[in-house]
Design a protein around this ligand. Structure first.
Ligand code: 3H9
Length: 701
């Protein structure tokens, strides 16, 4: 037997245990071990039944994703072969599940004749999130067990199904408190005694026959999922496989699943989504902050400023069960802020995603104050006042005096220098930036900005806190716009130049939307509001370097009083009460006029040029950020873009996408663009040049 799989015997029942931490992944060693264990116990006359279980924290996290695409050592069985052998066993086989049974892990359990799980177990077929379909019979066995509609829901969403729900659906046969292996052995003994029959999932037909030759069921499902799954290949492939389960004999359905799995595994989308999986797990690893850094306990929080941002931040704490005090300068401002929070929660209750009782509990965790003295005991204070350096410094000086010495003081800034803010305190080691994205209660990204003096403990505590309040925290360094907005600026800038040279807003937006972003830059501008940026540009006008190209087209839109959705007009026009952008001849004419005034002979600009002109400078800026050490690794930048800006996960983030396009291609395009337009922002990053010359990508760094 191998170390990865052990066998023991209880009462004539062989207990086969997967023992491959951390998740008992079904890699080469486990598959070989499982296969050998099976052969041994099936041929042992003293063994009358089998229990398959997992050691450590869970039953099984599925196939070993790291081994995807690698050739197995000769003789290693495929996972479906092992599962088929289990199902075909004439001796009863019971799965004893605890923790998680995911992907291939759940497929393994579906091959067993009965499934017993411990309370608290969760099961899922999350393959779709990795850009593949379940590849070890999951798309064929699950519908046979629970019917097509429920199987479609589980497989296409990849969602975690809690034990009780899984039992109600019929995925699990029993959910028990206490020793799950003991319970499974008991069930196995009952099967030996003939009290419970052997049931092979692949032989079931009743549930799938309900949806046989019923293409309308699948058409309706495809229609329902179309918006959420836009651009992704795997969800649609999952539907096809489940449709095959309904219409074809098991063996043919399995062949269809295998073919689909193999094709998708080799696709760029799956590579990108697997990259995203590991990228998300890498962000929390910080080179100079050891894993065992002691954390500051965060039991209470305070938020300074209860505007849209402050209110959203406070909601995150309340949602995570952490009491939070919000501070405002006047009772009036507090009432307004809390009113907005209440309205937000109420909207979620109306949508059925929160109960009234949960809303009341959360609101109960939010208290208010107009005095700094009242935040003295908070373990962390997040300042979320207006983006103005003098104001923030004043707030920090007050906080430093009022708050207990070991409290973390965080600033929610999107542009300002965290070190300058920290300098007003006597605890710069406890000062850090927490850049939330708007709306702060919804968007998952938090750029955690380390100052020169932020301590390892402060950084570790904030990274952990991000997770606790349901965010994805990415550690970044100080620069204008930090990682996300600095890159965004490089892209927005070129979009405006394209308008001057010949494109129109709806054309650019369509290219970016079709690329997979949730919306193009102009619809996004209208959503966020155009006036704030306009005011900032007006303030900067006097100091703007004369040699830098400047497009006034955005200013001219604002001069018409068009500030975006809030005025029913911006780059586009909006019917009252609607958020659908409609191209507006007024803006198109304005764009043409600005072109003429600036001496541009407008030309036809193709979609590919728009894409390259917007996305390559964004990647180029990412390369500069990496080189300057402001992000730890290229994959962290990818996480920023997937969670902060909706960069399509099936492209893996801008840096991963760049590697797929080819760094040499991007570098050469940047050189051409720089030569043609001379813009500082188009100057190729030295890192891009080096990688291009070496024939490498960001993934090689
Ligand atoms: C599949 O099964 C295909 C089959 O249908 C067909 C085959 C033919 N492989 O998340 P954590 C690593 S596809 C390799 O931090 P948690 C992870 O990278 C698979 N590595 O822990 C991390 O490594 P490190 C379908 C894996 O407790 C460490 O384990 N299954 C895998 O927060 C701990 O992970 C899935 O998609 C894996 N499968 O959460 C499930 N899983 O320490 C994917 C984890 O070096 N996994 N690692 O950073 C999960 O969802 C979570 O890891 C889990 C535990 C819930 C299990």
């Amino acid at each position: 037997m191998s170390d990865a799989v052990t066998v023991s015997t209880r009462d004539g029942v062989a207990v086969i245990r997967l023992d491959s931490p951390p998740v008992n992944g079904l890699g080469f060693a486990v598959r070989n071990g499982l296969h050998a264990a099976l052969e041994s116990v099936l041929s042992d006359d003293a063994v009358r039944a089998l229990v398959v279980t997992g050691g450590g924290k869970m039953f099984c996290g599925g196939a070993d994703i790291r081994e995807f695409g690698q050739a197995p050592p000769p003789g290693t069985p495929h996972l479906p072969t092992v599962i088929d052998a289990i199902e075909a066993s004439t001796k009863p086989v019971v799965a004893a599940i605890h923790g998680f049974a995911l992907g291939g892990g759940l497929e393994l359990a579906l091959g067993c004749h009965l499934r017993v799980a411990a309370t608290g177990t969760r099961v899922a077929l999350p393959e779709v999130t990795l850009g593949i379909v379940p590849g070890a019979g999951g798309t064929q066995r699950l519908p046979r067990l629970i019917g097509v509609p429920a199987a479609l829901d589980v497989i296409v969403t990849g969602k975690m199904v809690p034990a009780a729900d899984a039992q109600a659906l019929g995925i699990l046969d029993a959910v028990v408190d206490g020793d799950v292996v003991e319970a499974a052995v008991r069930e196995a003994r009952r099967m030996i005694e003939g009290e419970v029959p052997i049931r092979r999932t692949s032989a079931l037909d009743d549930r799938v026959s309900e949806s046989r030759n019923a293409p309308e069921i699948f058409a309706a499902f495809r229609k329902k999922m179309a918006r959420r799954a836009r651009g992704f290949e795997a969800p649609f492939a999952c539907v096809e496989c489940v449709e095959a389960a309904a219409n074809l004999p098991f063996a043919e359905g399995v062949a269809k699943e295998r073919e689909t799995f193999t094709k998708l595994l080799a696709s760029d989308q799956s590579k990108a989504q697997r990259h995203a999986f590991f990228a998300e797990r890498l962000v929390s690893k910080i080179a100079d902050v050891p894993k065992d850094t002691p954390l500051l306990p965060i039991k209470t929080a305070a938020v300074i400023g209860c505007g849209t941002m402050g209110g959203g931040i406070a909601m995150n704490f309340a949602n995570a069960g952490i009491p939070v005090k919000v501070f405002e300068v006047s009772q009036d401002a507090l009432d307004k802020g809390v009113g907005l929070i209440t309205k937000n929660y109420a909207a979620t209750v109306t949508k059925g995603r929160l109960s009234q009782a949960q809303m009341d509990t959360r609101l109960g965790l939010i208290s208010t104050t107009v005095s700094y003295d009242d935040v003295a005991d908070a373990d962390i204070v997040i300042e979320a006042v207006f983006e103005d350096m003098d104001l923030k410094k004043e707030v920090f000086a007050q906080l430093d005096t009022a708050c207990k010495p070991d409290a973390i003081l965080a600033t929610n800034t999107s542009t300002l220098d965290v070190d300058e803010i920290a300098s007003t305190t006597r605890r710069p080691d406890k000062v850090i930036g927490t850049h939330f994205f708007s709306p702060a209660n919804v968007m998952k990204l938090m750029e955690n900005v380390r100052g020169a003096e932020s301590s390892a403990q402060t950084i570790a505590t904030i990274m952990k806190l991000s997770k606790r309040i349901g965010k994805v925290g990415v550690l970044v360094g100080i620069c204008d716009g930090f990682v996300g907005n600095r890159m965004l600026y490089a892209y927005r800038r070129q979009a405006d130049f394209l308008l001057e040279e010949g494109a129109l807003p709806h054309q650019i937006d369509k290219v970016i939307y079709d690329f997979g972003m949730p919306m193009g830059p102009y619809a996004m501008g209208d959503l966020a509001g155009l006036d704030v940026g306009w005011r900032i540009r007006q303030r900067q006008a006097a100091t703007r370097p004369a040699h830098l190209r400047y497009s006034a087209v955005a200013d001219r839109v604002c001069e018409l009083g068009r500030f975006g959705q809030k005025t029913d007009a911006g780059w586009f026009r909006y019917e009252p009460g609607s958020r659908t952008p409609i191209p507006d001849p007024v803006v198109n004419e304005l764009v043409l006029k600005v072109s003429a005034e600036n001496g541009f002979a407008r030309r036809e600009i193709g979609d590919q040029e728009i894409l390259e002109r917007c996305m390559y400078p964004l990647v180029n800026e990412g390369a500069k950020i990496l080189e300057e050490g402001l992000a730890q690794r290229a994959s962290d930048i990818d996480v920023v873009w997937m969670y902060g800006y909706g960069f399509p996960r099936y492209r893996g983030g801008p840096m991963f996408w760049a590697d797929l396009v080819g760094i040499k291609t991007i570098y050469e395009a940047m050189r051409r663009l720089h030569d043609a337009h001379g813009d500082y922002w188009l100057e190729p990053a030295p890192l891009l040049k080096r990688l291009a010359e070496q024939g490498k990508g960001f993934g090689d760094l």
